[in-house]
Design a protein around this ligand. Structure first.
Ligand SMILES: Nc1ncnc2c1ncn2[C@@H]1O[C@H](COP(=O)(O)OP(=O)(O)OP(=O)(O)O)[C@@H](O)[C@H]1O
Length: 325
């Protein structure tokens, strides 16, 4: 990745939720990464490790009991963490940052068909010049309709279901509708939160390939949040592994999936758990984010842990937060 004008520059991002009784849940701790234009970073990790909270922080969609620290800066210097709701809703969400949301059904309007969602996105995001004319002129209306149908086809959303409402769709179809919507926009950065959930392997490949064509191949940046390492392998240039709210390793995808392989013991464990690898799940469970241990959060599950790991938080060196890396 280059140092010049990253599509997104995240430094020391932390998110804490204030809980009753003065307690805190440290959902994201000190996350830093840069995303170059035309590159894809896959943020991977087990359920509950803070991936979606990080995405919500970038989009200004955290609930009221969240406190943030750090910065997340777009190329013109806009800091997403301090920009404020008016700027984020008017100029950032959908326009400068496209989104494939984690729960697509919740982001679709129940009383409108999928076609209506897609056509509105085309009018608003893809063809602003024709948007005014589109209501009155038949040719423009046809162009909007065709663009919406093309996006649906690219996301493998069946034409036969375009006139259905969100509640008439399975989870997998709602996911494909959300991907189709994201493929319409022209935002220089796309944030896809688990875009392959509920899809079978062929559709995972197709979705990932379309996301790559829309982003990396077109010079746009993609931040893909996933627990699907095979999908990450197919698309990512960089892999960031999150554990208990912290990015514990950030590596070029070639090195991570090939040689020398992951350097953090948790990242090695994630790969070894895959059926096509050792099929050996990591024993134990992650700690509660409201009661993190003082040292390395992975120490209790780590085969390499010693006394220092249990008391001293490892600093990140060369992309890895491990005393033994
Ligand atoms: N509003 C909130 N108040 C308190 N804790 C929260 C809140 N929202 C999320 N959390 C906690 O933050 C942690 C991280 O959640 P997050 O949804 O980011 O995980 P994830 O890695 O995206 O998992 P998944 O893949 O299941 O979505 C969880 O422990 C969750 O309980």
């Amino acid at each position: 990745m280059t140092d010049a004008a990253p599509a997104l520059d995240v430094r020391g991002l932390s998110v804490r939720f204030r809980m009753p009784g003065g307690r805190y849940v440290a959902a994201v701790s000190d996350a830093s990464f840069r995303l170059a234009p035309g590159s894809c970073l896959a943020l991977v990790g087990e359920s509950g490790c803070g991936k979606s909270v990080l995405a919500s922080a970038l989009l200004g969609l955290l609930p009221g009991n969240a406190d943030t620290a750090g910065s997340a800066v777009l190329p013109d210097g806009l800091d997403l963490l301090t920009a404020g709701e008016a700027v984020l809703s008017r100029t950032v969400r959908g326009r400068r940052i496209g989104l494939v949301p984690q729960s697509p059904a919740a982001h679709l309007t129940p009383v409108r068909t999928i076609r209506s969602h897609l056509e509105e996105a085309v009018r608003e995001l893809a063809h602003p010049a024709v948007s005014a004319a589109a209501r009155g002129r038949r040719a423009a209306r046809e162009a909007v309709r065709a663009a919406a149908e093309r996006a649906a086809a690219r996301a493998a959303f069946p034409a036969s279901h375009l006139d259905r409402h969100p509640h008439e769709l399975s989870g997998g179809l709602a996911q494909r509708a959300a991907t189709a919507l994201a493929l319409i926009g022209d935002a220089p950065l796309l944030l896809a939160d688990e875009p392959t959930t509920g899809l079978d392997r062929d559709l995972v490949h197709r979705t990932v390939d379309e996301l790559r064509a829309h982003t990396r191949d077109a010079g746009r940046a993609l931040l893909m949040i996933t627990h699907d390492l095979a999908a990450a392998h197919r698309i990512a240039d960089t892999v960031a592994v999150m554990y208990a709210g912290r990015i514990v390793e950030i590596s070029p995808a070639d090195a991570f999936f090939g040689r020398p392989g992951p350097r953090h013991p948790y990242a090695r464990g994630l790969l070894d758990a895959l059926p096509e690898r050792a099929f050996a799940p990591i024993p134990g469970a992650p700690p509660e984010l409201g009661a993190l241990p003082p040292g390395c959060a992975f120490a209790a599950r780590c085969p390499d842990a010693d006394a220092r790991c249990r008391t001293e938080l490892p600093a990140t060196r060369s992309g890895v937060a491990c005393h033994h890396a």
